[in-house]
Design a protein. Structure first.
Length: 144
């Protein structure tokens, strides 16, 4: 039997993974100017790591491609040191007047956010096209 929705399964996992990437980039942007976090340290940028999983089904035809699922392997903290600026009037400043700010580059985060948004849109277009092709295939079956 032909699985008409095999491509949609891998695309759905990619949509979920890209949504996580968008959420993390948004969180990084929102915390770009937070002086100190609850632990007393500046906010650390978060980075999403993806993992591709081959969904090979037992007994599947060896020449039939198996769909791949894109999953979020982990969300880690960026190990880059915080930005340090001189601002003695800031309440978070140390005795010499230096303030540690998050290691977030707004431009880098915006590029990541745009790339994730475009990937999400592309995967959504694949779902729509797959749905259309499935409807056309079923319509052909009804005519015969």
């Amino acid at each position: 039997m032909i699985n008409l929705l095999a491509g949609v399964q891998s695309t759905t996992s990619a949509l979920t993974a890209e949504r996580v990437r968008i959420d993390v980039a948004s969180e990084n942007i929102a915390n770009a100017n937070v002086g100190r976090h609850l632990d007393g340290k500046p906010y650390q940028r978060k980075v999403v790591h993806f993992d591709s999983v081959l969904n090979a089904q037992p007994g599947a035809h060896p020449f039939e491609p198996s769909p791949q699922a894109l999953t979020v392997a982990r969300v880690d903290r960026d190990l880059r040191p915080p930005r340090v600026v001189y601002n003695p009037s800031d309440p978070a400043a140390d005795a010499q007047g230096w303030v540690a700010l998050p290691n977030i580059n707004i431009h880098e985060e915006m590029v990541d956010l745009i790339a994730a948004s475009r990937a999400y849109e592309a995967n959504l277009a694949v779902v729509k096209l797959s749905r259309h092709l499935t409807q056309q295939t079923l319509a052909l079956g009804r005519r015969t």
